[in-house]
Ligand binder design. Sequence first.
Ligand code: DAH
Length: 359
Amino acid sequence: MQDQINTIMDETLAAIADSGDLKGLDDIRVAALGKKGAVTGLMKQLGGLDPDARREVGQELNRVKDAVQSAIDARKEELERAELNLRLEVERVDVSLPPRPEALGSVHPVSQVMDEIIAIFCEMGFAVAEGPDIEDDWLNFGALNIPDEHPARQEHDTFYLPASGEEGRPVLRTHTSPVQIRHMLSHQPPLRIIAPGRTYRSDSDMTHTPMFHQVEGLVIDETTHMGHLKGCLRDFVEAFFQVDNVPMRFRPSYFPFTAPSMEIDIGCSFEGGELKIGEGDDWLEILGSGMVHPNVLRHGGIDPDKYQGFAFGMGIDRVAMLKYGIPDLRSFFDADLRWLRHYGFRPLDVPTLYGGLAR
Ligand code: DAH
């Protein structure tokens, strides 16, 4: 019997070492340790032996079982590792290959124009500030000198959110102007920031979408006056549209948060359906601005007897349409890949003043 045991052990271990796949390995296990397996067969014969031999051979068979089982486990691990390595090799991705052109993403015109605006103002020494899309009613309206009964509240077609606790109702900010207040409350003058971001109004047609983009500007110090406002915005318009001596019209207007207030138009022509900036007899309104109202400074914790400054707010989508000749505002938010391929920008066309701000 001892010979038989040795033979089974040797043959089984050799077969395990030779096995090339998990299925074959399992067949070997069944042939040795399964119900009708060789080792199991010998176990069944133990009953016929005298007690001493039974104990000895029984122990021997248990050692064989353990040896076979651990050889199988070790081989199984080897085979699994080899299989994984093979898969890794076959499915390997060569990251140094150039991308397929059809898989290349592009930058949305709104993102590109935001980067252009940021590049221009940062060159002038402005910093970029941010505020949340879900805004406090007070910061969106009250602090900006728009009290509850003010008609501007209706014009803003506000999306209100359910009130939480004692606080007033939160709103989706209707403009980027609340960032002015946030910035004043958290910084000491002199202040010089722009705040680009998303804004929301319940309004939708050819020229309005419920979500749109604005950029706010704010400059506060002891001596800033209207001349600075005009010079700053002229420099911006000329850099952004890449035209010198753009005709500009500063038209008196009204905003609760500025006094005096004005809207700024730029000269343009529409000939044969084509818009040209910087020439012709037509005017296009591009932004609202003014000298910051003393109440707004006060709400921002700034002493209006010591400090003054200007603010402006501009629609980003609108200037993107003007600059890049995009006819319909709604197409900005359709997520149509064909449109994005046509109007989008290459990811590495990062706008800078020295590298260029146009396509
Ligand atoms: N917040 C105004 C709007 O939503 C735009 C605006 C006008 C912002 C004049 C200003 C400003 O800072 O001075 O239409």
